[in-house]
Design a protein around this ligand. Structure first.
Ligand code: SAM
Length: 298
């Protein structure tokens, strides 16, 4: 089927055992042109396409004039369906896996299938292509040198908080997927657990309403108080550095001026204390200064 050396070597093995191949085929996360020639050819040539969302995949296939067999493989039926797919592969059929969008196996049921296919020593071919996490990371302007991909945070607040607290000391850039319905809650929890760090919200990447919001966490929270979250979001958060600080519960209860006073009483110079409070609370330094002055004048 394919013509590069590694696969030719693999084909000999596969032919001897008469097994098929599994092809992990990334598909566009928005713009339909984001697909490789190899993925298109593979989708034409395999015996079956296992798609997370058959309706969405049919649209893609019709855009590229591909006529092939599709079966659904998603979070609801993956346990029941994997046996069927494994049997077909063992009988010598080639199968492509396509997720809802992006790279199969990254925060979608493709991961489970790959585990089972790998356990049977059936050949798996990873085809490179679109992925929301990496697209958001490279456009973020935050460090892409080392990063931690977390996918979706738990939806229960307690578990989300615990997860974020465990990530608070992480120096690497953090990447999260999030639904528009949970975005505001997640941003609040990020502020509480990680502090007022730099954050980038990548929305609707490669689509008509693509939007990249680069800000600190508090300004981002304020933005989404005024704007209803809509569409698909990937969140990139700066890793912990020397400047990262989180408001303690006690500080949360203090006024801005009281907070500055508290830092001064710890031996921090007034100018530095104002700078710290400004960063921690996401308020301009001038505003902190004015609040301190007006308290002194009372
Ligand atoms: N396997 C996919 C990949 O490789 O990107 C990710 C699947 S995961 C179930 C879907 C999540 O990815 C969405 O909820 C959203 O957080 C993120 N996502 C997908 N498309 C996106 C886009 N166009 N812009 C921003 N984030 C996106």
């Amino acid at each position: 089927m394919c013509c590069y050396i590694a696969e030719k070597t693999g084909v000999d093995v596969i032919m001897a055992r008469n097994q098929g191949n599994l092809y992990l085929c990334p598909t566009p996360i928005g713009n339909l042109e984001d697909i490789t020639f190899r993925v298109i050819r593979t989708l034409k040539e395999v015996d079956l396409i296992a798609a997370e969302d058959t309706r969405r995949t049919r649209k893609l296939l019709s855009y590229y004039d591909i006529h092939n067999n599709i079966t659904s493989y998603n979070e609801h039926n993956h346990r029941a369906k994997s046996g069927y797919i494994l049997n077909l592969l063992e009988e010598g059929n080639n199968i492509a896996v396509v997720s809802d969008a992006g790279t199969p196996g990254i925060s979608d049921p493709g991961e489970e299938l790959v585990k089972e296919v790998a356990a049977r020593n059936i050949r798996i071919n990873p085809l490179p292509g679109p992925n929301a996490a990496l697209s958001a990371l490279i456009v973020s302007g935050l460090s892409a040198r080392s990063f931690v991909f977390e996918g979706f945070l738990p939806s229960a607040r307690k578990d989300k908080k615990k997860k974020l607290q465990n990530l608070a000391a992480e120096n690497k850039t953090l990447i999260f997927y999030e639904s528009p319905y949970r975005l505001r809650d997640t941003l609040t929890e990020i502020y509480r657990c990680l502090g007022n760090r730099k954050i980038v919200i990548a929305r609707e990447l490669t689509k008509k309403f693509e939007e990249i919001l680069r800000n600190n966490v508090l300004d981002t929270i304020n933005f989404y108080i005024e704007h209803e979250p809509k569409g698909e979001y990937t969140i990139i958060v700066e890793g912990k550095n020397d400047e990262t600080q989180v408001l303690t519960e006690e500080q949360e209860g203090m006024s801005v001026a009281e907070h500055v006073d508290e830092l001064i009483s710890q031996g921090i110079h007034r100018k530095e204390a104002i700078k710290k409070v400004s960063r921690l609370r996401g308020i301009p330094k001038r505003e902190v200064y004015n609040k301190v002055l007006s308290m002194k004048n009372k």
